[in-house]
Design a protein around this ligand. Structure first.
Ligand code: NAP
Ligand code: GDD
Length: 348
């Protein structure tokens, strides 16, 4: 019998890469998505549009992290072996504008799911395993560099505070109820599927549009913040590995390299033979009330116990995103030349 996985946040960046990975491993994959008035399945359309064998092993169900009864119904319908909780209001800047909503989805939403999983485990007798998408944002104002699983948390945003709550709840369900529950403390990970309001994708989209004459300026906030950026495709493999171990635990997943937003800008624009200084303007709107200045992870534990290491480095990641976004910009150029009006991202 194939294993069954349930993924919340299936329509997001990580949900799409994790679905591909699990389908390739022979799983049946069920995803929880929210109802929306517009299509939100662009990142996973390729998984069910083809009449492949995958088609019958991939299914979407409606659900919301704020609807505990609905989550219970989904669990009893799907009967999963593994549950990956990736759903979140995941934008840090937005969390300052919507702190209560972010707390409800990220913190209470995780608790809703943990409760549902515990009851489902107890009533079905299945040894269900749970993955929580924890975040390096929890380290916030860092007390040491690099950060490990032992580094204290010092969250600096409503999003990060909510992730700390969800992280501790996950640990507590492991200790209090013997649930096989793991947290992956993932550092920033990007890809051509990254949301366009996160800084790496905002930069690759803008630089490639500038190159093709579709955009003149790029407005950004703090260029000095440093992040440990990896490739999302590598990071979802670590999620899966955590749930295959003998015992549940928490792991830092990172590349061990950090770069500033300014360095990322320089790299991306230079790949397109452009000077970023001709196009970038600083805009206060993109500054945060409290900033995380530097993130740099030490993933030694994952390397030693999971045999995990990243395959794509920083420069390869930027090149992959630029290559993808050049194609996108070329399609937009063709539309613009044919007289269609283009919409641009409001950004955040
Ligand atoms: P993402 O692209 O923003 O995807 C978030 C997903 O959550 C989307 O599918 C979204 O659905 C869904 N969602 C939001 N609110 C929901 C709700 N109330 N009920 C059900 N689903 C809801 O995020 P990502 O980059 O894939 O990240 C995946 C997870 O890892 C998130 O929990 C994030 O906080 C965490 N994380 C990410 C990183 C990173 O660098 N990417 C690092 C550490 C941790 P819609 O499509 O309908 O909006
Ligand atoms: N989004 C954005 N937009 N960020 C900007 C901008 C801008 O115009 N200008 C500068 N930045 C800076 C931010 O201030 C931050 O220091 C850095 O770029 C990275 O911002 P994001 O790409 O939005 O990511 P993040 O680090 O805040 O959060 C991401 O990574 C976390 C893991 O550490 C998200 O994916 C979170 O969900 C995730 O948990």
């Amino acid at each position: 019998m194939p294993k069954i996985a349930l993924i919340t946040g299936i329509t997001g960046q990580d949900g799409s890469y994790l679905s591909e990975l699990l389908l390739a491993k022979g799983y049946r994959v069920y995803g929880v998505m929210r109802r929306s008035s517009v299509f939100t399945t662009q990142r996973i359309d390729h998984l069910y549009q083809d009449r492949h064998e995958e088609h019958v092993r991939f299914k979407l169900l409606y659900g919301d992290m704020l609807d505990p009864m609905g989550l219970r119904r989904v669990l009893s319908e799907v009967r999963p072996d593994e549950v990956y909780n990736l759903a979140a209001q995941s934008h840090v800047r937005t969390s300052f504008d919507q702190p209560i909503y972010t707390g409800e989805v990220v913190a209470i939403g995780t608790l809703n799911l943990l409760e549902a999983v515990r009851d489902y485990r107890d009533s079905s007798g299945k040894d269900v395993r749970f993955y929580q998408a924890s975040s390096s944002e929890m380290f916030g104002k860092v007390s040491e560099i690099p950060q490990t699983e032992r580094t204290p948390f010092y969250p600096r945003s409503p999003y990060a505070c909510a992730k700390v709550y969800a992280h501790h709840q996950t640990v507590n369900y492991r200790e209090a109820y013997s649930l096989f529950a793991c947290s992956g403390i993932l550092f920033n990970h990007e890809s051509p599927r990254r949301g366009e309001t996160f800084v790496t994708r905002k930069i690759t989209r803008a630089a490639t549009r500038v190159k093709l004459g579709l955009q003149e300026k790029l407005f950004l906030g703090n260029l000095e913040a440093k992040r440990d950026w990896g490739f999302a495709g590598d990071y979802v493999e670590a999620m899966w590995l955590m749930l295959q171990q003998q015992r549940p635990d928490d792991y830092v997943i990172a590349t061990g390299e950090t770069h500033s937003v300014r360095e990322f800008l320089e790299l991306v624009f230079s790949l397109l033979d452009l000077d970023w200084q001709d196009y970038v303007e600083i805009d206060e709107r993109y500054m945060r009330p409290a900033e995380v200045d530097i993130l740099l992870g030490d993933a030694s534990k994952a390397r030693d116990l999971l045999a995990w290491k990243p395959k794509v480095n920083w420069k390869e990641l930027a090149a992959m995103m630029v290559e993808h976004d050049v194609e996108l910009a070329q399609r937009e150029r063709t539309l613009a030349d044919a007289g269609y009006a283009l919409t641009t991202n409001a950004g955040s």
